[in-house]
Design a protein around this ligand. Sequence first.
Ligand code: G3H
Length: 497
Amino acid sequence: MAGTDVFTEIVDGEQVYKYYADGEWKKSASGKSVSIVNPTTRKPQYKVQACTQEEVNKVMEAAKAAQKLWARTPLWKRAEYLHKAAAILKEHKAPIAECLVKEIAKPAKDAVTEVVRSGDLVSYTAEEGVRILGEGKLLVSDSFPGNERSKYCLSSKVPLGVVLAIPPFNYPVNLAVSKIAPALIAGNSLVLKPPTQGAVAALHMIQCFHLAGFPKGLISCVTGKGSEIGDFLTMHPGVNCISFTGGDTGIAISKKAGMIPLQMELGGKDACIVLEDADLDLVASNIVKGGYSYSGQRCTAVKVVLVMESVADAVVEKVEAKMAKLSVGSPEDDCDITPVVSESSANFIEGLVMDAKEKGATFCQEYRREGNLIWPLLLDHVRPDMRIAWEEPFGPVLPVIRISSVEEGIHHCNASNFGLQGCVFTRDINKAIMISDVMETGTVQINSAPARGPDHFPFQGLKDSGIGSQGITNSINMMTKIKSTVINLPSPSYTMG
Ligand code: G3H
């Protein structure tokens, strides 16, 4: 279905997807393309343009010019465009979801959910933008020592300029619009560099924004090799803000980027701490959902279980029973466990599994892999000297560390270089709050697996997990700066009468 109907113009005669610049779909002057391998078949599925640095320069120039006019477009009108894009996106959920299935092996139903969630996110952002950007602040001078009431400061939020959005492969549509919509409602222009796996879904999503009628040059999408345009984009003088989600490339970007605001989300090693008084059925279902949905390829997946020794056998048994019901196979068949995104990713996961095996972890199931497909695996009796205790597999393999005190669990969680989310299971809310306060993570979920959504909740990572906070409201605010206008009166304003 991809490439048909309203999407015909985004692909050329040789079935290479075009890039989007100046309100048009274009072929790169490089004459080169980048191939996208289907993780399930391991054969080339799509091709996208390999854009050149010169093309990036042109996109940046157009983005700068378009932003000036867009910032003067009334806020209600910007919101109207976004609502239109959201509706078109949802209307075309099927062909976009099909790309997600083929490019990143997302299970069919989850792929549709990603697109629908994205449409909702865009609409909510439009509404939230109208609310929070329509307000400013008035300050008077006489609250500060030595001042009379002779200065009135009006402060409001204004756009930053050009926002560069770099989403990851696992949510190429949703984590793209979570950057695009706040940027646009706040009056910025937007340049998208989609991940290679997921680029075609992202290009389809961009066509929905094109059909909504946004001004030319305001939104662009460049595809290509990171080695050719990656650093060139992130270090480009025309960029005024970078919003990035992905791996530790983000750390390198943050070191190279200039003096511009950065929003970064770089993964996690989310701990699930299980106390003795927890509801163990609830624990088991959350470990399975949190650890294995989309085959563990979520930054917020449960990535280490820290369970009190006295309930560990029961938890492992319940988790194993639920894991036995997970279907393993192709994303087209909507299986729970589908191939991981690439062969190198599968090899990395296997390396962590083998390291744990050599060091004596107990395998609750037999380790099985065919191509990029890895069967779900629970590793019990993992110890801190094993790599899997600390590293992020981004796959369907989950370590269990048995702990003899809550403090031991907290210590393990806080010793990680990541700090995205964590969760704690207990019936004692007082204890849960104390544990939440001491866990060094951006969010702690009480009695549920970690998750980013609902999408208007604040979402942030500490340490190597990121910079800044996301969530709809925080992203809009982050993509603005404060502008003040001060009215200076010749004499204090309260002297009349
Ligand atoms: O992979 C990173 C995402 O931000 C996780 O989002 O919790 O909705 O799966 P999610």
